[in-house]
Design a protein around this ligand. Structure first.
Ligand code: SAH
Ligand code: SF4
Ligand code: F3S
Length: 438
């Protein structure tokens, strides 16, 4: 038999792309491809791309440039672009980079076998449809291979919110939820293969409506699965945090006390211009209700500075909101005008001002994250071991609050769930010691 063809996939952007890359690799596995982590060995290179900010999109073209010598050396090498740049730019990618053989948008991955066959004949293959059929139903069944203790599981895709700055509603399409029964089947399969923690994914995961009782209903059903120890979900929109989901944070022991709840700005004027459909005050009241249900919950957020029209006062309002919330984790970005979005029509804040604001905000967020992490010293945590640490006999895993924890545990294995006393807080992780059951 001929050697199997080799597939190299590079993934950019959000966790949904990580999930999609896995599923694409599985689908192409059915076509005889095995994955390699060396682009030089590949018969097919796939870039799974992100269009969220200008820099993310530009990276794709510079990466494609780097593959040119590989294609020259091996003319049979196929190069494909998937993900949100593929959706946003389509055939334009092949015009800019003629060596690209295949362009496939995020809703068409189940058509990859046909597309690669077409590319194999030397033709250009392009599919950026939003087909009627559900890609998840048509992707290859997952192989039964053993896997690590944590997994992503996409339950919802697309977005109907149309924040004025954002490309996601255009690149991923309208909100669609996968039926709960299918999600539960996939989750049970993951657990049989060694997974103990599942993170449910969706661009608007808490708008999930594939279960009669929404995302909370799905979480409660997942919590019934023996062997599944931890459930997380991301990303949520403040307006979709319903009472049942807030209550689940207090009542469901398997639902971890961590919530990523982007707010983007603390200024009502800017929130309105962003089309966020909530105010700073309503967000703060929501946080109060969530903390009443689960007092130790760690909150995470996303922020954009320098949105068109943002004044010093607007930025001061954002800083004040951050002070009021106290985030344990955060992602902050300088506004990047995206072609086709309403905000792109407006005049940008001067770059030096936006840069200075970003620095100031990041300094505050870093102080908060560090203070919340440092406060774990002396407390007990539950840690799920994911991999060996750098030192011999050490394991690394995540706490309930998603802090990385290094633990001396010479007899432990990946997937062990242990109790740990936190001893020390370093720049990006904690160190703890095992608490032995009496
Ligand atoms: N669906 C999620 C995530 C969207 S993308 C949500 O609603 O929060 C992740 C983050 O990227 C956003 O929360 C936002 O902070 C940032 N982002 C999106 N578009 C951007 C743009 N044009 N410029 C800068 N940051 C942007
Ligand atoms: Fe983008 Fe807003 Fe939708 Fe999030 S909610 S994906 S920021 S449009
Ligand atoms: Fe990027 Fe698309 Fe995700 S634009 S953030 S890869 S949904």
């Amino acid at each position: 038999m001929a050697d199997p063809k080799k597939l190299f996939i590079k993934t950019y952007g959000c966790q949904m792309n990580v999930y999609d890359s896995e599923r694409m690799a599985e689908t192409l596995g059915g076509e005889g491809y095995v994955q390699t982590d060396r682009a030089e060995d590949a018969d097919m290179i796939l870039l799974n791309t992100c269009h969220i900010r200008e820099k993310a999109a530009e990276k794709v073209y510079s990466e494609l440039g780097r593959f040119k010598p590989l294609k020259t050396a091996k003319p049979d090498l196929k190069i494909g672009v998937a993900g949100c740049v593929a959706q946003a730019e389509g055939a334009e990618i092949m015009r800019r980079q003629p060596m690209v053989d295949l362009v496939v948008g995020p809703q068409a991955y189940h058509r990859l076998p046909d597309l690669t066959a077409k590319a194999g004949t030397g033709a250009k293959a392009l599919d950026t449809d939003f087909p009627e059929e559900d890609k998840f139903d048509h992707l290859m069944a997952r192989p039964k291979a053993k896997r690590g203790p944590t997994a992503f599981l996409t339950v919802q895709e697309g977005c109907d919110k149309f924040c004025a700055f954002c490309v996601v509603p255009y690149t991923r399409g309208a909100e669609v939820s996968r039926p709960a029964a299918r999600v539960l089947t996939e989750a049970r399969d993951l657990v049989e293969r060694g997974v103990r923690e599942i993170t449910l994914l969706g661009q608007n995961v808490n708008a999930y409506h594939g279960h009669a009782k929404g995302l909370a209903g799905l979480i409660w059903d997942l919590a019934e699965i023996d062997g599944l120890e931890r459930i997380r979900f991301t990303t949520s929109h403040p307006n979709d945090m319903d009472d049942a989901l807030i209550a689940a944070h207090g009542d469901c022991a398997k639902l971890m006390p961590y919530l990523h709840l982007p707010v983007q700005s603390g200024s009502d004027r800017i929130l309105k211009a962003m089309n966020r459909k909530h105010s700073a005050e309503s967000y703060l009241r929501l946080i109060e209700r969530i903390r009443a249900a689960r007092p130790d919950i760690l909150l995470s957020g996303d922020f954009i500075v320098g949105f068109p029209g943002e004044t010093d006062q607007d930025f001061a309002d954002t800083m004040a909101l951050v002070e009021a919330v106290q985030y344990g984790q955060a992602y902050s970005f300088k506004y990047s005008a995206r072609p086709g979005t309403p905000a792109a029509e407006k005049e940008d804040v001067p770059a030096e001002i936006a840069d200075a604001r970003l620095q100031e905000l990041q300094a505050l967020l870093t102080r908060q994250q560090r203070a919340i992490q440092d406060a774990k010293v002396g407390t007990e945590a539950q840690v799920l071991f994911e991999k060996p640490g750098r030192l011999p006999g050490q394991m690394v895993g995540k706490s309930e609050h998603l802090h990385a924890v290094h633990v001396e545990a010479p007899n432990a294995a990946r997937g062990d769930l242990v109790r740990v006393r936190i001893e020390e807080s370093a720049a990006n992780s904690l160190r703890g010691t095992l608490i032995h059951a009496a």
